[in-house]
Design a protein around this ligand. Structure first.
Ligand SMILES: [Fe+2]
Ligand SMILES: [Fe+2]
Length: 165
């Protein structure tokens, strides 16, 4: 028996989308905004994780280079904060960033070489990595930054050379 009405809609992984929560905030607006940008990228992967190989392929190729650039920019923003404040955990944190960038670049290369990864799995991997990195690592420099920063009249935080001597 044939079904009438709407054709079957391919399911996407949209129900896995990350919903921004204040609990993800590390309290530095520029960084929080970039974390929101990373979450948006992961959510885009979820929305396009239909299981249809051609569609997933086209989407991956469309977004991957921009995503790598975005991730690199984000990491150097954080590293600049860490250097400017002489954060003691800078070396360790930078190493974790560098390893992650290599992982993403290798994933992209493997993908191009035909070792495709389902978008759903890629999105899960990125979601887990990003959320746990923010919650366990990024909070450390944010906490340190706040402990040495001074509050300006408008309420925002800034550091002065005197703070980091
Ligand atoms: Fe981060
Ligand atoms: Fe980080």
């Amino acid at each position: 028996m044939k079904h009438k009405g709407r054709p079957t809609v391919l399911q996407s992984g949209s129900h896995h989308r990350i919903v921004w929560s204040e609990s993800y905030s590390i309290g530095i607006k520029e960084i929080d905004d970039q974390h929101k940008g990373l979450i948006k990228f992961v959510n885009g992967l979820y929305d396009h994780a239909t299981g249809n190989e051609e569609e997933e392929d086209a989407y991956f190729k469309k977004v991957i280079n921009k995503a790598v650039e975005y991730i690199k920019t984000h990491f150097s923003t954080e590293e600049n904060y860490m250097k400017a404040t002489k954060f003691p955990g800078y070396g360790e944190h930078k190493k974790i960033h560098d390893e992650f960038v290599l992982t993403i670049i290798n994933t992209a290369k493997n993908y191009e070489a035909g070792k495709r990864l389902a978008l759903l799995l890629l999105a899960h991997f990125l979601k887990d990595w990003i959320l746990s990195h923010v919650a366990t690592k990024d909070v450390q420099y944010a906490h340190y930054f706040r402990s040495i920063a001074t509050r300006k009249e408008d309420g925002t935080l800034s550091i002065t050379p005197a703070d980091i001597k």
